[in-house]
Write a protein that binds this ligand. Structure first.
Ligand code: SF4
Length: 473
């Protein structure tokens, strides 16, 4: 049977109410947080930087500084070059960064600010201050937070240098025998980045993460104020990405918009693989099998540790044990397209029908079909896939398709409350629960954690509904 496909908010054509996305400069700012010693400046109005800082603080619960070139009425008319240069000089004085990322907001893009041209002026400043500037255009009306994240990550990836004796960018350590991977993990949680790093370390793979905000956005308590939090991938490490054996990039849909791995291949000739987010058993298997294949291809064979095999078996056991709670269950899943794609496939593994799959991203018809076909593969033929849409459309879809549980970020809470549905929080942002930055989604352990959480949520609902008050469910 054909899956039902919709690509727009049919409730109110042309009107977006509570969109299922955030804006592109937000994603670009997060990517910059994954570079060591960096500060990000948004070229545009001050409110954009304030909104993004507030958004991050609610999810990551960390102090977040983002500068702004602070447009006013006259800048909006005559251009913001002077404000930008002044803002950058202030950042240098107050933060002493090694790297400055410049992203544009809607206003700067609308009046046609040519930041690329300003970059030429900034070259002298960069040399004098030993600074690296990175820039990308991020008009929010041309893309979502994921697009902004991928665009800025691609801009950072341009710093990778080809391996050569002249640049000294060849691997001359004992690690030369280890597979060297560029890991481009997508917009995952700090806990996910830490989990991936542990996993690659355990398999004895040398890796450079782009970006890595696992510490900058989820670090420990400070004894003294730090203008720029510790952590992030250093510019020197980013330069060595051109000497890696291979790049692995998560995000089959977002990579079509902008692919940092493709940038590194273009510049340095490093082959790459685009994989789904390793959410669930099958996607994690795919990732690990790819690593093993790469080890063989490059004459650096890998051995998966016993611990990883045990994790996989535990997950399978949890799948078997939980099937009685999940059989016949219908879910609504929403968020970024790649998150929805991977999460829907994980739900299918559990035996839960992802009856509604919704994203605010304006993805292609092929990407919609990709989500739909992956669900059909598990025998669920009636899933509805909504793209470029908002939470009003989720309300409509819930009324029509009657899921029993929602899975996604905090933005779906109003729908969950309106229809009295349990909401399992996952992805970004988590603003109405504690610890969103520490939610593990990836790998066998991430899947096991989510299996437990979804099962317990369903058990709690059935227990509350039962007139008997069973204590064993
Ligand atoms: S004006 Fe544009 S860039 Fe600024 S916060 Fe709004 S959507 Fe984002």
């Amino acid at each position: 049977m054909e899956s039902r496909l919709k690509t727009a908010n049919t409730a109110q054509p042309g009107v977006v109410v509570n969109p299922c996305k955030a804006c592109a400069p937000l994603g670009a700012s997060l990517a910059m947080k994954g570079v060591r010693g960096s500060m990000c400046i948004l070229h545009g109005s001050q409110g954009c930087a304030t909104y993004i800082r507030r958004f991050f603080i609610g999810h990551f619960r960390e102090p977040v500084d983002i500068a702004s070139s602070s447009f006013d009425e006259s800048t909006a008319v005559f251009g913001g070059r002077e404000n930008l240069i002044k803002g950058i000089k202030n950042i240098i004085e107050k933060y002493k960064p090694e790297v400055i990322g410049i992203a544009t907001s809607c206003l700067a893009e609308t009046i046609g600010e040519d930041v690329g041209m300003y970059m030429k002026e900034l070259e002298m400043l960069a040399e004098a201050e030993n600074l690296t500037f990175i820039h990308t255009d991020t008009a929010a009306y041309k893309g979502t937070h994921v697009n902004g994240f991928m665009k800025m990550t691609s801009a950072i990836a341009k710093l990778a240098e080809p391996s050569s004796a002249e640049t000294g960018n060849s691997i001359q350590s004992e690690n030369v025998k280890r597979l060297k991977i560029n890991m481009i993990p997508w917009m995952v949680s700090p806990a996910d980045i830490r989990g991936l790093k542990r996993l690659l370390d355990d398999i004895k793979i040398e890796s450079v993460f782009l970006p890595d905000y696992s510490l900058t956005m989820d670090g420990g308590a400070w004894t003294d104020y730090e203008a720029i939090p510790q952590g992030g991938t250093s510019i020197n490490d980013i330069r060595t990405m051109g000497a890696a054996d291979h790049s692995i990039e998560f995000g089959e849909i977002s990579s079509k918009f902008s692919s940092p791995a493709a940038v590194i291949e273009d510049k340095c000739g490093v082959d790459y693989s685009i994989l789904p987010l390793p959410i669930g058993l099958k996607n994690t298997d795919l990732f690990l099998n790819r690593l093993v294949e790469l080890g063989k291809q490059h004459g650096k064979p890998l051995e998966l540790p016993d611990d990883l095999r045990e994790q996989r078996l535990r997950l399978l056991d949890a799948y078997a044990d939980s099937h009685k709670y999940f059989s016949g269950l219908k879910a609504g899943v929403y968020g970024e397209a790649d998150f929805v794609l991977a999460m829907a496939s994980f739900l299918c593994e559990l035996g839960i029908e992802p009856a509604i799959c919704m994203t605010g991203e304006n993805i292609s018809r092929e990407s919609i079909e990709l989500i739909s076909s992956r669900i059909r593969h598990y025998g669920f033929n009636d899933a509805v896939v909504l793209a470029d849409t908002d939470f009003d459309a989720l309300d409509d879809a819930v009324e029509t398709y009657r899921p029993e549980i929602l899975i996604g970020n905090s933005r779906g809470y109003k729908t969950a409350r309106k229809y009295d549905l349990p909401l399992v929080r996952a992805g970004f942002p988590i603003h109405d629960r504690f610890g969103g930055q520490r939610l593990l989604h990836l790998g066998y352990e991430g899947a096991l954690r989510m299996t437990d959480e979804i099962a317990n949520t369903i058990i709690a609902v059935r227990q509350a509904e039962s007139p008997v008050g069973y204590m064993s469910m």
